[in-house]
Design a binder for this molecule. Sequence first.
Ligand code: ADP
Length: 337
Amino acid sequence: MEQKKRVLSGIQPTGDMHFGNYFGAVKNWVELQEKYDCVYTVVDYHAMTMPYNPKKLRENTWDLIFNLLSTGIRAENLCIQSLVPEHAELCWILNCFTSYGLLTRMTQFKDKSAQSAEDSGDGFISAGLFGYPVLQAADILIYRADYVPIGKDQEQHLELTRNIAQRFNNQVGKEYFILPEPLFTKVLKVRSTADPERKMSKSLGEKHYINVFGEEARIRKQVRSAVTDTGDTPAGEMSPGVENLFLLLEAAGKMDTHKELMATYQAGELKYVDLKDAVADALVEISTAFRERKAELNANKKEVKNQIKAASAEIRKRAQETVREVKELTGLQNVRF
Ligand code: ADP
């Protein structure tokens, strides 16, 4: 039997999971499990690169684990990054194979450093934030991943990962690391219902994202108050707000309703309230199923946590093997105590 190709992806434990995260990333991860050998990691080391609260970090890490399990990510494919400390060890080694010049050209650092300076209250920007893409490279290379599901915004980081792997291979004289390829699946961008000019995101504040695990009443309220027409869309064009509601309907798999309402829209007869009700129903249906699943998992909290710790230990074995081989290749001491 042909071995399945390996997929790696990480997600930061930075708070609520919104429908942008779900439709834009997590739903796809769930589906990839059918075809690939997947490792999904909750990247708590990455979450330290911005100003943060230690107690919250630990809470958010487990909350995200429970959320991911509720959406259909399998426990055996899931680990917590800091339970596999080899990520940090490989990151150090890879730092020494990373071009400083290339690192200074990462565009995400520019955005995030401005955010960090603001959030910290004293202009602080950590060196960890600067080195973030190297840790990301370690996350990918440590599992010898073939594919990384990414959006366009992560393309530069994956290119850097390939560059680091290539340099490493050249320096040690062996094609050791696999050069990972991007997996551009459905690139779906969900917009904020409160401001459809912007992407749904936690960093914009609570009214700009719809929490997948939120209360039904809140989901309905947010969808009902979605901005549809601001009056500045050229005649004959669909406004971003309406487009976003149609996209949510499609992403939620409600194709029949989508078709029906689209025909009504094209006939110039659509009542926005009907579209909003359909979207709200679709999102609530998803949310309700996930919340029920999460309640079940929470009823067995201890066992679920143990399962994830065991999965992390199992996944860690692959990481340890890579680090042992890397130490061998790079002239470091490689003794098993
Ligand atoms: P946030 O912007 O809310 O902090 P993250 O940056 O942590 O979200 O993103 C986590 C994952 O969710 C990434 O894979 C990202 O591409 C995806 N994602 C985030 N927001 C959206 C969105 N509005 N539409 C589609 N995908 C999104």
